[in-house]
Design a protein around this ligand. Structure first.
Ligand code: FPP
Length: 268
């Protein structure tokens, strides 16, 4: 891991955690449900908008830390298809923050070899945002480090609906036959095509829900729930989640050789 000192200062508890991580124990792909901006603001007597603004800081720090940890992919849930139901002014603020983020962070992404990849029903976002997203995709497309996927106007169900629509249309025009469809085909036709599934899903703010995020892709993800409100989420919290993941034993429905075995056969 390069740049260890910038990830965690020597002598700190989180540096000890980082020093114990081996490349094979790291998740390849971390997904995050960022929650708690509103509560963070309320606790401080501030308008909700300030919670979102502070949330942007946490986005920036987390993207940087994920790149330093040399993760392959980071996916963050920034705006769901259901978030349009929020008051108009709040939706407007979130979109304004997104524009601001794109304008400010594009250079950092280019300089840090980060590949930017928005996912979701992007065609329903305002044209100016669509242009900003397309520009960021274009300018970072050759980067080979972290892929930063930002989920905008996204939900797992809408993604699956879009896939079914596509499949039915393709079948009608005889470009697709039912036998072609298997798990690989589905994965290759989702917005996340080409990316490994998330190994670790983090949700902040103490809520224990998936909220329609990456429903297909998280089939075998390890879940990490933390009470920390999103604007308070720091590099230390990401390191803790990753270290916690590194200790888990993943079985994908099978058994792990040499692992803890409490089957009936073992009891014989
Ligand atoms: C949930 O907090 C958070 C969101 C609605 C999305 C996350 C948005 C950001 C971090 C800011 C925008 C980021 C970018 C990159 C544009 P909440 O409002 O649901 O919190 P609450 O549950 O405490 O009310």
């Amino acid at each position: 891991m390069k740049d260890l000192d910038r990830l965690a200062a020597p002598g700190t508890p989180e540096r000890e955690l980082v020093d114990r991580l081996t490349p094979s124990s790291l998740p390849r792909h971390v997904a995050i449900i960022m929650d708690g901006n509103g509560r963070w603001a309320r606790q401080r007597g501030l308008p909700r908008v300030e919670g979102h603004r502070a949330g942007i800081r946490a986005v920036r720090d987390t993207v940087e830390a994920a790149a330093r940890l040399e993760l392959e992919a980071l996916t963050m849930y920034a705006f769901s298809t259901e978030n349009w139901k929020r008051p108009r002014w709040e939706v407007r603020t979130l979109m304004a923050l997104l524009k601001e983020y794109l304008a400010k962070e594009l250079r950092t992404m280019v300089d840090n070899n980060i590949r930017f990849r928005p996912i979701g029903r992007l065609g329903e976002l305002e044209p100016e945002i669509q242009q900003g997203l397309a520009q960021a995709v274009e300018l970072t497309s050759k980067n080979t480090g972290l892929t930063f996927q930002i989920a905008l106007n996204y939900s797992g169900r809408s993604e699956l609906v879009d896939l079914v629509r596509y499949a039915v249309a393709a079948a009608h025009s005889e470009k697709l036959s039912p036998d072609t469809i298997d798990e690989e085909w589905v994965a290759a036709h989702l917005t996340t095509a080409g990316m490994p599934d998330p190994d670790l899903l983090i949700r902040t703010s103490g809520e224990l829900r998936i909220s329609n995020f990456l429903l297909w892709q998280i089939a075998y993800a390890e879940l990490h729930f933390t009470p920390v409100l999103w604007p308070d989420f720091t590099t230390r919290d990401l390191i803790q989640a990753v270290a916690d993941f590194a200790r888990r034993e993943r079985r994908y429905g099978g058994v792990v050789e040499g692992g803890h075995d409490n089957t009936e056969e073992a009891a014989e």
